[in-house]
Design a protein around this ligand. Structure first.
Ligand code: CA
Length: 225
């Protein structure tokens, strides 16, 4: 039984109700939002598993919401756009939306897309091997290669890279990375992460794969995309 939580942002009350009712009948939990601001507030408070975003929303557009959600991680996004707004879809997909639907939306189609996008996202989270641009990470063998050349990493470096790579584009704080890489057994300062990161960068022979986000932490951007 699916119990994933879906944020549904749609300003037309009747359509919002129909979408939420149908998705609930399909076993999902729904979080309805009537505006862009509403959607962002709910996203921050509830951390849903997926967002269905209408393109045209009061205050913030669906695109604005998508951009801000993308800056914080890889939560899947399905954009909904009115007919005639198709060129916008390209922009939506470029900023990292996972799929799109054109109105009038068939509820069966919506539920099917939601399932497909969630399945894809789960596959990335649980994949044994991830290929990100020229970088290949084998989680079972705990090996990493770049452009086919294996890169020897320490166990800590591997765990750090693995945490970053499971959610490309998401910003991790130093504390989050310490917990991911060192578990409960770490001692010392969050700044130790900085030295592990600088070793990783040297071994990957690239400074731009793991990027510093000033004041926040680090994120991984796939190389060679
Ligand atoms: Ca609308």
């Amino acid at each position: 039984m699916a119990s994933e939580r879906l944020l549904v942002a749609e300003d037309e009350p009747a359509l919002r109700q129909v979408m939420c009712d149908y998705l609930s009948s399909e076993g999902f939990r729904t979080l309805p939002a009537a505006s862009g601001e509403d959607a962002l507030r709910l996203f921050a408070a509830e951390r849903p598993d997926l967002l269905v975003l209408d393109w045209m929303l009061p205050d913030l557009s669906g695109l604005d919401v998508a951009l801000r959600v993308r800056a914080q991680g890889t939560t899947p996004i399905i954009m909904v756009t009115a007919r005639g707004e198709e060129p916008d879809i390209i922009v939506g997909l470029e900023i990292g939306a996972d799929d799109y639907l054109v109105k009038p939306v068939s509820m069966r189609q919506l539920a099917a897309r939601v399932r497909a996008v969630l399945r894809r996202a789960t596959a990335t989270q649980q994949a044994d091997v991830l290929t990100l641009g020229t970088l290949r990470i084998d989680f079972l063998g705990q090996t990493v290669s770049c452009e086919g050349k294996e890169i020897p990493l320490t166990a800590t470096e591997f765990k750090l890279l693995a945490a970053l790579a499971r959610s490309p584009g998401r910003v991790f704080s130093r504390l989050q990375l310490m917990e991911a890489a060192l578990g409960d057994y770490y001692e010392g300062y969050e700044r130790t992460i900085d030295s592990h990161i600088s070793h990783l960068r040297r071994k990957l022979e690239a400074d731009n794969i793991i990027q510093t986000v000033h004041g926040s932490g680090y994120k991984l951007m796939p190389p060679g995309d």
